[in-house]
Design a protein around this ligand. Structure first.
Ligand SMILES: NC(=O)c1ccc[n+]([C@@H]2O[C@H](COP(=O)([O-])OP(=O)(O)OC[C@H]3O[C@@H](n4cnc5c(N)ncnc54)[C@H](OP(=O)(O)O)[C@@H]3O)[C@@H](O)[C@H]2O)c1
Length: 326
């Protein structure tokens, strides 16, 4: 009998209900591939954008009329159960975590991935659930804060959206870098965000950081809440406004700020960085996990069969940290 894999297909862009469960035969790993039995996979805002085909200007990249790759999910953790004959980095029985990149298909029971991708051995101390989300908030925030924002010890950093997937990781990563961290969140998440390392929290429902006198070396707008124009007066002379949500106004601000002045607006697509660089960043994040300075924040864990429900909750915009399906 041929073994079957369970996965979730997206054959057209739309609401969470376009997700459809499918069964296929478990693939044989190619020469440089490993076959992973997935223990947990992440459900992220980026997965939601991929499913919805938003922003529309990303469609040449995602697929013009329908997703170019029809399976959902990118972040995962699980056990290697078969390897191709050229594989050198992993062996059967290893537990690995990472992301699929543009292959997608992590919200599934099994997947074959090339060993040269963004994959690492999982430390025993990290659960599959925690490991599955590291390539979303922690990896993106590490890349943004260290490479794009160039955060230094004793600098003042403002994290906008401190209770989200990126924000909850960013607070911890900036604090571990020795920065003084202020974060915005609602009052219901204030204790969580302070506990992650924010010296000060601003309740975004009652206070607007742009009207306060403080200045920051780096403002990390994890949700694209504000604009460079509004944030600029709150930046130090060479301060950086960094934002992972690409919009046309941000693109314009990036171009203009490059030509004039020292304050900069910056964006990057972390998932498109070379795998070697991302693996090096994951290595630094694992050191932080081991040192106790980073702990992924998990909100809800769903069974894989409830992926549609997980997408609906993600779309409320009110998750705390991360969601996984197991
Ligand atoms: N460029 C890249 O490489 C890259 C990579 C990954 C993700 N991204 C993007 O990054 C963005 C952030 O994703 P995420 O997963 O971190 O978001 P998220 O987890 O869905 O954010 C939800 C959190 O944001 C809080 N929030 C909502 N409105 C707020 C406001 N006005 N001020 C402060 N906090 C607010 C909510 O708290 P309350 O419930 O209290 O409102 C909630 O805890 C997404 O657009 C994603 O596509 C980009």
């Amino acid at each position: 009998m041929t073994a079957t894999l369970t996965a979730w297909s997206i054959d057209r862009y739309g609401a969470p209900e376009v997700l459809t469960p499918v069964t296929r035969s478990v693939p044989e790993p190619g020469p440089s591939e490993i076959l992973i039995r997935i223990g947990a996979s992440a459900v992220t805002r980026a997965d939601g954008m991929m499913r919805a085909g938003r922003p529309v200007f990303a469609r040449p990249f995602l697929g013009l009329r329908r997703p170019r790759r029809d399976l959902s999910g990118t972040g995962l953790s699980g056990e290697v159960i078969a390897v191709g004959h050229k594989v050198t980095r992993f062996a059967v029985g290893d537990v690995v975590f990472g992301e699929t990149g543009l292959k997608f298909g992590a919200n599934a029971s099994h997947i074959c991935l090339d060993e040269s991708g963004v994959l690492m051995k999982k430390p025993v101390a990290l659960s599959n659930e925690d490991a599955a989300v590291i390539c979303d908030g922690p990896l993106t925030s590490y890349h943004f804060l260290h490479e794009i924002g160039r955060v230094q010890p004793d600098q003042h950093v403002l994290i906008l959206g401190g209770s989200g997937s990126l924000g909850s990781a960013a607070v911890q990563i900036a604090a571990a870098a020795g920065a003084h961290v202020t974060a915005t969140c609602s009052i219901r998440n204030a204790a969580l965000v302070s506990g992650l390392g924010a010296e000060r929290v601003i309740d975004y429902t009652t206070e607007d950081f742009t009207t306060l006198p403080d200045r920051y070396d780096v403002i990390f707008d994890t949700l694209g809440i504000t604009t460079f124009g509004k944030a600029k007066p709150r930046l130090t002379k060479a301060g950086r406004y960094i934002c992972p949500v690409l919009t046309l106004p941000l693109l314009g601000a990036m171009l203009r700020s490059r030509l004039s002045g020292r304050r900069r607006a910056l964006f990057a697509a972390t998932g498109l960085q070379p795998p070697e660089k991302l693996r090096a960043h994951l290595g630094r994040l694992l050191e932080m996990v081991e040192a106790g300075t980073l702990s992924p924040v998990l909100d809800r864990v769903y069974p894989l069969t409830d992926l549609i429900e997980a997408h609906r909750y993600m779309e409320t915009g009110h998750k705390r940290g991360n969601l996984v399906v197991v």
